[in-house]
Design a protein around this ligand. Structure first.
Ligand code: FAD
Length: 177
């Protein structure tokens, strides 16, 4: 655990390279933060530009617990809350595809295929899940279809819901990986 105010300087460990579009010019990178965002960014950069030096600066690293270090406390599931009919949905689609790769090809990463059920205490139109412009849940096609949960399957007070194929991430495995 780092002392308050102290930062680790963390050289990127060697990892297996992954499929991505290569970055052609070697460039030095400094990444701020050792949570899921910083670590995943470091891995992606390394796989796209293996000869580029990458330095990750962070107060907290995998193994640390702190109220200001979110990632070790996460669930974590893939369930997109993007409704912009634009780049946020596109980012979430990339994550879904990446989780599929990790679940199938890097079991040690802690990403598992698992269905998810989402239920809402508002009607579809007010539940905040419909994409702007299309009026649909944007990822139905991406995840292989949504199964609407209705009637007696809904918990008391819920108005609508659906199930779909998704992923769960064991952050205690993903972060050190
Ligand atoms: C209970 C819970 C359940 C969740 N469930 C889900 C879920 O199912 N699906 C999902 O997608 N998301 C979920 N989330 C949200 C998700 O966990 C966070 O969005 C994510 O972990 C944020 O990661 P991060 O890398 O951006 O930030 P963090 O994990 O907080 O990492 C921040 C990094 O920056 C460093 N840092 C910050 N400030 C400084 C500084 N001044 N100097 C040096 N270093 C600094 C920290 O030390 C740390 O290394 C959940 C969160 C919680 C708490």
């Amino acid at each position: 655990m780092a002392a308050p105010g102290e930062s680790h300087i963390y050289p990127l460990p060697t990892t297996q390279s992954r499929q991505t579009s290569p970055l052609t010019t070697p460039t030095a990178y400094i990444i701020l933060g050792g949570g899921v965002a910083g670590l995943t960014t470091a891995l992606e950069l390394h796989s796209r530009s293996p000869t580029s030096p990458i330095i990750l600066l962070a107060k907290h690293l995998p193994g640390d617990l702190s109220l200001s270090y979110t990632s070790p406390w996460a669930g974590a599931n893939w369930l997109s809350v993007a409704t912009d009919n634009g780049r946020q949905e596109a980012w979430d689609a990339v994550t879904y595809a990446k989780f599929g790769e990790l679940a199938d090809e890097a079991r040690e990463a802690g990403v598992l295929r698992m269905p998810i059920r989402a239920v809402f205490d508002n009607a579809w139109e007010e539940a905040g899940v419909l994409s702007e412009g299309t009026g649909r849940v944007w990822y139905g096609g991406l995840v292989g279809g949504l199964r609407v949960v209705e009637g007696g399957e809904l918990p008391e007070g819920a108005r609508c819901g659906f199930e779909c194929d998704s992923f769960v991430v064991d952050v205690t495995r993903y972060l050190p990986w």
